[in-house]
Design a protein. Structure first.
Length: 392
């Protein structure tokens, strides 16, 4: 089919819930994507942080094909080797104690919320179920995770929302210290992704962890976007020197297949017992086999390269001195770019995509989430498109 035929068919039969760019993707290799007519795009999006090993990564392709031929699905009423091995690897490499596997980021964050509320209920009874989250945060699209999200723009249409959330400013400990006895947990993104790629201050995070331990609040960290190597460590919390009570992950864990989960520490290991939480497709063996390849690839040397690549790409963009861009920020290959007054991020994204560079927006700025396997040649090609498209 041609690009136009695919767009027409989609518009006729798919619910119109996305503000799509007019690009049809047919296949990819490395950090490059191609439409049905063969036009090439440099990809600085990786499916919003999902395809961390890029496109056509042969060990991933082989593992997915082999597992699909062996066993595609069986349900969590039985045991499978890929899920067991993936859980072990995650725990050994993070210091967490156990894993619950799910399918998407919103579902993983629902798991965090349920875990925190049951922990508090089991220990203290009713009346201690409020979760504090940060302004400018984003935690998902379900009714509950929308309310956990600290952006008013998402709090519309779908009333009534789930109760039991309050939003406080980031990097300010005072509102947390003043919180009442109804709190059971604090939920944070260490790098606010949808809010504009904004890393939290390290001293704030350290003080927050100490406060949570003192008051027996669970420290919940949403690493749906920042996890699985994106920031240059397997999880961002490892760069902050903390061990959260529970961590959500998704996006890059299976390299392009739908998988997510919750890791929890020893304190929370037995909070969710049989019958208290479940999902049909979680721990799918094909996704788990893909996840094993992802984690095997993301060794210490690879993660060190992610940090170096992130620094290189940020320096390259700032060196362009483009009239529409201000400073860059972020961690690893999770990069935000300030958009100067007089320009809009959607206008910039449209122009770059038209000229062969796929990018993302976040808050009022730009967001770059390239595949972690991106080469310097591909980063240079992307920066060259920026220069040609956006230069004075």
């Amino acid at each position: 089919m041609t690009s136009q035929e695919i767009r027409d068919l989609t518009q006729q039969y798919v619910m119109n819930t996305y503000g799509r760019f007019p690009v049809v993707v047919d296949h990819g290799r490395g950090a490059r994507l191609y439409d049905p007519e063969g036009r090439e795009y440099i990809d600085f999006t990786s499916g919003i942080g999902v395809t961390d090993l890029g496109y056509g990564y042969q060990p991933w392709v082989d593992a997915v094909a082999a597992q699909a031929a062996r066993l595609g699905h069986v349900s969590n009423l039985f045991y499978t080797e890929p899920a067991a091995r993936l859980a072990e690897t995650l725990c050994r490499r993070t210091g967490e104690s156990c894993v619950f596997f799910a399918n998407g980021g919103g579902e993983a964050n629902e798991g965090l919320i349920k875990l925190a509320r049951k922990y508090s209920f089991d220990k203290y009874g009713r009346g201690r179920a409020t979760i504090l989250s940060l302004k400018n945060s984003f935690h998902g699209r379900t009714i509950t995770t929308l309310m956990a999200t600290g952006q008013d723009v998402f709090h519309n249409y779908f009333f009534p929302f789930t109760e039991g959330f309050r939003h406080v400013p980031a990097n300010d400990l005072a509102p947390l210290e003043a919180a009442g006895n109804d709190v059971c947990a604090v939920l944070v993104e260490l790098v606010q992704g949808e809010g504009g790629v904004l890393p939290l201050e390290r001293e704030y995070v350290k003080a927050l962890a100490e406060l949570c331990e003192k008051r027996d609040w669970l420290l919940l960290v949403d690493e749906v976007q920042s996890g699985v190597g994106r920031t240059g460590s397997l999880f961002a919390f490892q760069q902050y020197g903390i061990l959260p009570d529970a961590v959500s992950f998704a996006k890059g864990i299976a390299g392009g297949l739908p998988m997510s989960g919750v890791m929890a520490n020893e304190k929370c290991r037995n909070v969710l017992g049989p019958g208290t939480h479940a999902t049909t497709f979680g721990a799918n063996p094909v996704c788990a086999a893909a996840g094993l390849v992802v984690l095997e690839t993301l060794d210490d040397a690879f993660l060190a390269e992610v940090k170096e690549k992130g620094e290189y790409l940020r320096r390259s963009i700032e060196a362009l001195e483009l009239p529409c861009f201000g400073k860059t920020r972020g961690m690893g290959l999770m990069i935000g770019i300030e958009v100067k007054e007089g320009y809009t991020n959607r206008e910039i994204a449209d122009r770059l995509i038209e000229n062969g560079l796929l990018v993302l927006t976040a808050g009022p700025g730009m967001r770059l989430l390239p595949p972690l396997v991106i080469t310097r040649e591909e980063m240079d090609a992307g920066a060259a498109i920026m220069r040609r498209t956006l230069g004075a």
